[in-house]
Design a protein around this ligand. Structure first.
Ligand code: SF4
Length: 342
C-alpha cells in the first residue's frame, strides 16, 4: 500500500501564502478565472520577488500554495522548492498535470515528498485531456508517495464522463474531488447559481468534501466573521506584475491588506473581520481558516485516496450544520427551494 506524506495537521498549523508562480499555461480553459492574464511561455520570474524571499528566509514553517498558470512550467521549480524546504517550509501545487511524463519525472526526481504538502490536480475534460495520460502522470505521484487528489469541475455536459473518471481514480486509490463550475456566462447560464434541481442532486451525491457543497449555493455571506485570512493566511496577488497586491483570499482583490499588518511582519496570529462579504474559498473552510468549518481529517483522507463520496445525506448534514449556526448561503433561496423539493 502507498505511504503518502499528507500530514494535514502539520499543514494546518502553518501560516499560509498562496501565490502565482507563473502565469504561463499550456492549456486555455474557458472557465479559467485568470485566462486573460495567461502567458504562452514561462519567461516570468515571479519568485525572484525580494520581499517574498525575505519572508521565506525569516519566517519559519510556512505552507506555500503555488497556483498559476501552470506551476510545473516554472523552469526553476525544483530549485525553488529545494530552496524553500531549507527553511522548513512545505509547498503545495495547483496543477493541470499535463506537462508530459518525462518532464514530470524530471521534476519529481528532484523533489522530496517531505517538502511537499500535496498536489491539487485539475483534470480538464473541457480541454479533452485523456484519462489515459492523466492516469499515467497521477500514477507517478502515487508511486513516489506524493499526497494528491484529482479534481473535476462540474461542467453539466461532462457529468457522466466525470463520474466515470472519478470511479477510475477511486479504484486506483487516488483521492478525487468535485468542485463547482464558476462562470458568469456559460452557454447563457451563470454557475453555480443556475444549476438545476437534478444537477444539484448529482453534485451533492458526488462531492467528497463538504467544503465544496457550500459552493453549490454560492458560499456563505461572510461579512464581519472572524477569519485568519489577511492575518496569517494571505494571497500574494502577483498575477499582474503591474498591479501587485496582498489580499486576504482569492476573491478579495477589492480588499487589499497592508503586509505590515499581517503575521508575516507583525508576528501576530489571530483573526480579522471578513470584509469580502461572500465566502466560497474552499481551503479556508477545509482548513478552518475562516472559523466556519473544518474538515481537515477528511481532507487528509481524500489526499491519501481513502474518502468515498459524501452522498446526499452527508452533504445535507454539512449544509444544515452551517444553517443551524445561522450562516446564510449567498443563493439562500436556491438552497431553500432545493431543500423543499429534496
Ligand atoms: S471571504 Fe472567506 S476566506 Fe476570505 S476573508 Fe472572508 S471569510 Fe475569510
Amino acid at each position: 500500500m502507498t505511504q503518502y506524506n499528507a500530514n494535514m495537521q502539520d499543514l494546518l498549523t502553518r501560516p499560509l501564502i498562496i501565490t502565482y508562480v507563473t502565469m504561463a499555461c499550456n492549456l486555455r480553459c474557458n472557465y479559467c478565472t485568470v485566462k486573460n492574464l495567461l502567458l504562452k511561455r514561462p519567461t516570468d520570474k515571479l519568485l525572484e520577488d525580494k520581499t517574498l524571499r525575505e519572508i521565506i528566509e525569516r519566517v519559519p514553517n510556512i505552507h506555500l500554495y503555488l497556483i498559476g498558470g501552470e506551476p510545473l512550467l516554472y523552469p526553476e521549480l525544483p530549485k525553488f522548492v529545494a530552496y524553500v524546504a531549507r527553511f522548513g517550509h512545505r509547498v503545495s501545487f495547483d496543477t493541470n498535470l499535463t506537462i508530459g511524463t518525462q518532464v514530470l519525472k524530471r521534476i519529481l526526481d528532484q523533489l522530496d515528498p517531505s517538502w511537499v504538502g500535496y498536489f491539487d490536480i485539475s483534470h480538464h475534460l473541457e480541454q479533452r485531456v485523456p484519462l489515459k495520460s492523466m492516469a499515467e502522470q497521477v500514477a507517478m505521484l502515487r508511486e513516489r508517495g506524493f499526497a494528491h487528489f484529482v479534481k473535476y469541475i462540474a461542467v453539466p455536459s461532462h457529468f457522466s464522463e466525470i463520474e466515470r473518471a472519478m470511479s477510475f481514480f477511486e479504484d486506483q486509490s487516488s483521492g478525487v474531488v468535485l468542485t463547482i463550475l464558476y462562470s458568469a456566462n456559460w452557454n447563457g447560464n451563470s454557475y453555480p447559481r443556475d444549476y438545476t434541481h437534478d444537477q444539484i442532486n448529482w453534485l451533492l451525491r458526488n462531492m467528497t468534501l463538504g467544503c465544496h457543497t457550500q459552493q453549490v449555493f454560492g458560499g456563505i455571506k461572510s461579512a464581519g466573521i472572524p477569519c485568519r485570512a489577511g492575518q496569517d493566511a494571505i494571497m500574494w496577488e502577483n498575477s499582474d506584475p503591474n498591479d501587485f497586491l496582498i489580499i486576504p483570499c482569492c476573491h478579495g482583490r477589492a480588499f487589499p491588506v497592508d503586509l505590515n499588518e499581517t503575521f508575516f511582519v507583525n508576528g501576530k496570529r489571530g483573526t480579522k473581520p471578513c470584509h469580502v462579504g461572500e465566502c466560497m474559498a474552499y481551503p479556508h473552510f477545509a482548513y478552518g481558516i475562516n472559523g466556519v468549518a473544518s474538515e481537515i481529517g477528511r481532507y487528509e483522507t481524500v489526499l491519501t485516496g481513502g474518502a468515498p463520496r459524501l452522498g446526499i445525506d452527508r452533504s445535507v448534514s454539512y449544509l444544515e450544520d452551517l444553517h443551524n449556526r445561522e450562516y446564510e448561503f449567498v443563493y439562500e433561496q436556491n438552497y431553500l427551494d432545493w431543500r423543499g423539493r429534496a
